[in-house]
Design a protein around this ligand. Sequence first.
Ligand SMILES: [Fe+2]
Length: 437
Amino acid sequence: MQNYSYNNPEALKSLIDPARVHRDVYVREEIFKLEMERIWGQAWIYVGHESQVRSAGDYLTTTIGLTPVIMVRDMNGRDINVLVNRCGHRGAQVCEARNGRADGIFKCPYHGWTYRTDGALRSQPSPAGYRDVGFDAGATDFGMPRVARTGQYRGFVFASLSATGPDLADFLGDMRETIDNMVDRAPEGAVEVTGKTCHRFRHPVNWKFFTENLHDAMHPMVAHAGTSDAVRQYKEQLAPDHDPLPEAEVIAPFGGSYDFFDEMGFVGLPHGHGYMGGGISIFSHYQVYPDYLEAMEQAYGRERTEEILSFNRHNGLIYPSCTIRDNIQSVRVVIPVSVNETIIESWTFRLKGAPPNMLERTLRYSRLINSPASMVGPDDLDCYIRIQESAEAGAIEWIDMHRHYGREQRDGDKVRATGTSDMVLRNQYAAWLEYIT
Ligand SMILES: [Fe+2]
């Protein structure tokens, strides 16, 4: 471990080589704190979807970096507020439940101060004690403050702890198309979160291993080989006229060849965002259910339907906080807890106006790929833990990302690379450095 402090930009720049990352990036508490302040405290962070707070007073709790927040539908029924989840009195966390309905009031469990859904202080027990003592009940500090900025894009709610920086539309940039495609895949042009909760998958590792894995196309055929081999063998045993189980179409692409992932390609975007595919992806060979196709063609016409369904991106990353699989209506959310602990939430969405078989497939995907008991996610976690432990032990000093270094092509503000290029990592670290220095 380097024995100096990362208190200046030059020291921080020395962590990225530029095709290697120093292990301190994953194990140093000091770096984690800087990330919380300068990345998670600056960027637009995904908070939730409007369908989770449909009615006045509906709320959910989460964090932005380490800051606890409540996303709540205001009692006016119109606004969605994102408030810091802490009492203005002594600072206790006010709301503990993951979600619920506030009936217009949040009440601190310590001394009973209450707040309105816009965060304003509503009441304190025995208020006479605060009269003529220099206490200003209207001051923002004594309320539950709103985070600096809140924005929505087609029902997806983001918030930023920073009052400055790009607006949400500019921040999302080309990733808006991924969100558009997810919503456009609904015959009624809207999506909604299913159920009140999600798969929560605790990862005892640094948060960046998850974002780095999203476009790492050199690992599926190795790390997930056991599962994909089993699916291949199973399909080979089937009689020619026998349809494989629906699980097979979900798992099989995880054993795709190097050529397949190279052809898929990677597109890196400003702010660390990126996606694989565009033309082909792991979803290219999914069957199209006739009743879904009919509903889509009725809503959009044949040509537009074809356009929507041929949009094949994989793992759209909105760095650093979430990744969207528009084709399968799944959103995974990154929740950093400490330098070596991260929660990954996996939310499933329903396409409004689509037949039930589409939601069944989304749930099947989530169960087989994303859940803590799935056939794919735990393989990845096992690999992250191996790196985390090596980095903590000092068994490795620099973590490599040289593959196809310098072979990427600039295309305006995008960068294009073959699917197995480590550009998928270097693009995130370009943004990381920009934020942190
Ligand atoms: Fe994987």
